[in-house]
Ligand binder design. Structure first.
Ligand code: DLZ
Length: 164
């Protein structure tokens, strides 16, 4: 989570493995697309900074964050990817809908992590308002997409090391 003490885009570059041979699936929710496209931009830029190749990026959209679990599950099933990054943004409204969507996505993505061999990275921004979301998608607290890219690379590397 981003705080005044932690910027989502700051990390130790040298601690991130080379991603040139890695294959990434990215599932992006269309809801709050001004935010999710910014997350996607950050994510792609950071993956490429570490060597990821365009031909190894499989990017698909789903209508809303609730569909991220299905989107990620199908990506794992049908595409040859080493990790899936799920990007979405849920902003609290006047009803409990926010809580149900956040809980649903969080549980769904956690379940995929526990039941498949492909790491799924949690790129869901959950905020009280649009300003907080902007702060975390390239604003003053960095970009959650950058963080997810770094985590995806590290998790693929983690899996590879265990298989050696
Ligand atoms: C319905 C809904 C609402 C109210 N808010 C959001 C949101 O802030 N962010 C988001 O990604 N999706 C939202 N959705 C759509 C749901 O995620 C989902 O697409 C629909 O409930 C249909 O399953």
């Amino acid at each position: 989570m981003a705080t005044i003490y932690h910027n989502l885009s700051e990390y130790d570059f040298s601690s991130v493995p080379d991603a040139s041979g890695m294959r990434f699936g990215i599932v992006v929710a269309e809801w709050n697309s001004n935010i999710t496209w910014a997350l996607l931009d950050g994510c792609i830029n950071t993956l490429k900074k570490h060597g990821a190749k365009d031909e190894n990026l499989c990017i698909q959209t789903v209508p809303g964050s609730f569909e991220l679990t299905y989107g990620a599950a199908q990506m794992i099933k049908n595409k040859e990817v080493d990790a899936v990054i799920a990007l979405g943004c849920v902003i609290r409204g006047d009803t409990p809908h926010f809580d149900y969507i956040c809980a649903g996505v969080t549980q769904g993505l956690s379940l995929l992590n526990a039941t498949t061999d492909t790491p799924v990275i949690y790129g869901l921004i959950t905020t009280e308002n649009m300003e907080q979301a902007q702060d975390r998608s390239g604003g003053k607290l960095g970009n959650k997409g950058d963080e997810c890219a770094v985590v995806a690379i590290k998790m693929i590397d983690y899996t590879c090391k265990l298989k050696k």
